[in-house]
Design a protein around this ligand. Structure first.
Ligand code: PHE
Ligand code: NA
Length: 456
């Protein structure tokens, strides 16, 4: 069977960007930056982007392109030449990707519901109570009710799964590439429109100041370095099977290095746009309510689903900006979800020599069923737990092992040569140094620190 291929270079880049840009950029990045020293966060963030993000992306694109398979096949083939069995590493990454897919879809489901509410519910009511407490039934977390099924959360999750499976069923060109070509430009237009409105509101600039004003006293704090590295791997979707699968569909003649730079820079640029959007509107809300910004900012799930609705509620015409914001969240989330499911599906296709449709049915069907645990009253607690474990342990561990194997067991310079042969842009020896020494050392330190924190 002939392996499918991307139709155009732009199509591939948009798909890779679609995977990278996701919930991680819109609700995670702004808060991470805020919490970790504001402008000072950009120093470790850029450092992690250059020393780990870009080399990792080049490495994964090269491997997928050269070995033409999803993660398990790529690592199995790599090991073969050296008499090593490495297929498990690929499956381990696919497994982590599958777990992410299962909780990620719950957040997309909320965003779909909120998109619906933002048309139908009257803005102006107590958004905090409505959007979050009533919807997720936070008041009802008594142990006896934890398992209770919530249909109003299950239905939007089912909608998200249907869209994802439809795209995966349709394949690389007709499905993923076509969807990305619509979704990514749409996403940029929506976010730019929101920024265009928000930036002129009173207080918006104070909000931005808060985000960008560097607090250099924090630069020596190990915590912000750890946060920066974790954020880079999550946001770029590297280290867990995704980019390997996507690059395995690249045509023979492809400028890998260039594609990797574009993907990373567009993703990180988008994060900064998202930061401007979120902090602009928070600054406005602080001003309207006569509070300090620190009093209105909340973290994680709460930021996108509690604080932002409250802030949008204060805008003129919330019935326009509300749907825009939640649609942006849905689009960003779905394109990432699609990439995770493709990584799992292509691994199943390789292994069981199944065609796309049966493999996709298997993956989406079981994924859908398992994800229903998040449509219970205990879902939010579980989500917090899984998210913490994935981001602080599993993801870093997976990247660390991948690096050790690729950079120490094999000659990383070979991968660089391979990429250089295909590109008119030459990657220098910094690539080897980053992947052999700098990144593994950083990852090891952060991982040990996080494990100690988890235990204590
Ligand atoms: N990169 C995506 C984001 O920032 C999340 C993601 C992680 C997507 C892993 C695919 C795989 O939201
Ligand atoms: Na991202």
């Amino acid at each position: 069977m002939q392996r499918e291929q991307w139709n155009s270079r732009v199509g591939f880049i948009l798909a890779a960007v679609g995977s990278a840009i996701g919930l991680g950029n819109i609700w995670r990045f702004p808060y991470m930056a805020y919490e970790n020293g504001g402008g000072a966060f950009f120093i470790p963030y850029l450092f992690a982007m250059i020393s780990a993000g870009i080399p990792f992306m080049i490495m994964e694109f090269s491997l997928g392109h050269r070995l033409r398979g999803a993660a398990p096949k790529v690592f199995a083939k790599l090991g073969q030449n050296y008499g090593l069995r490495l297929e498990w590493l690929g499956w381990f990454q696919v497994f982590i990707a599958a777990i992410i897919a299962i909780y990620y879809v719950a957040i997309i489901g909320w965003a779909i519901s909120f998109l619906g509410f933002s048309f139908t519910q009257s803005w102006g009511a107590d958004t905090n109570a409505f959007f979050f407490e009533e919807y997720l039934q936070l008041g009802d977390n008594t142990p006896s009710k934890l398992g209770q099924f919530q249909l109003h959360i299950a239905i939007p999750m089912a909608i998200a799964w249907s869209i994802t499976s439809l795209v995966i069923f349709t394949g690389i060109r007709g499905g993923i590439e076509r969807a990305s070509k619509i979704m990514m430009p749409l996403l940029f237009i929506m976010v730019l429109t929101l920024i265009g409105r928000i930036i002129f509101l009173p207080g918006a600039l104070e909000g931005l100041n808060y985000l960008f004003e560097p607090d250099f006293s924090k630069i020596f704090d190990a915590k912000i370095w750890s946060a920066a590295y974790g954020q880079i791997f999550f946001t770029l979707s590297v280290g867990f099977a995704i980019m390997l699968a996507y690059s395995s569909y690249l045509p023979e003649k492809s400028d890998i290095t260039n594609n990797a730079f574009m993907t990373v820079l567009i993703n990180c640029g988008f994060s900064i746009m998202a930061g401007i959007m979120i902090f602009g509107v928070l600054g406005y809300m602080a001003q309207e309510q006569g509070k300090a910004l620190t009093e209105v900012v909340s973290s994680g799930v709460g930021l996108a689903f509690v604080t932002i609705p409250a802030a949008i509620n204060l805008l003129p015409a919330p019935y326009i900006f509300g749907p825009l914001f939640f649609l942006a969240l849905v689009v960003a989330g779905l394109s990432s979800h699609i990439s995770i499911i493709e990584a799992v599906t292509s691994a199943v296709m390789d292994k069981l020599t199944l065609a796309r449709k049966p493999a996709a049915s298997l993956v989406c069907g079981s994924g859908f069923l398992i994800s229903m645990t998040f449509a219970t009253n205990g879902g939010l607690l579980l989500l917090d737990l899984v998210d913490y474990f994935i981001n602080n342990v599993a993801l870093l561990f997976s990247c660390f092992i991948e690096l050790i194997i690729l950079a120490w067991l094999f000659k990383i310079a070979d991968i660089r040569d391979y990429a250089n042969r295909l590109s008119d842009f030459t990657v220098g020896r910094w690539f080897d140094l980053c992947l052999r020494f700098l990144s593994p050392a950083m990852l090891a330190i952060i991982l040990v620190k996080n494990l100690i924190n988890t235990v204590t």
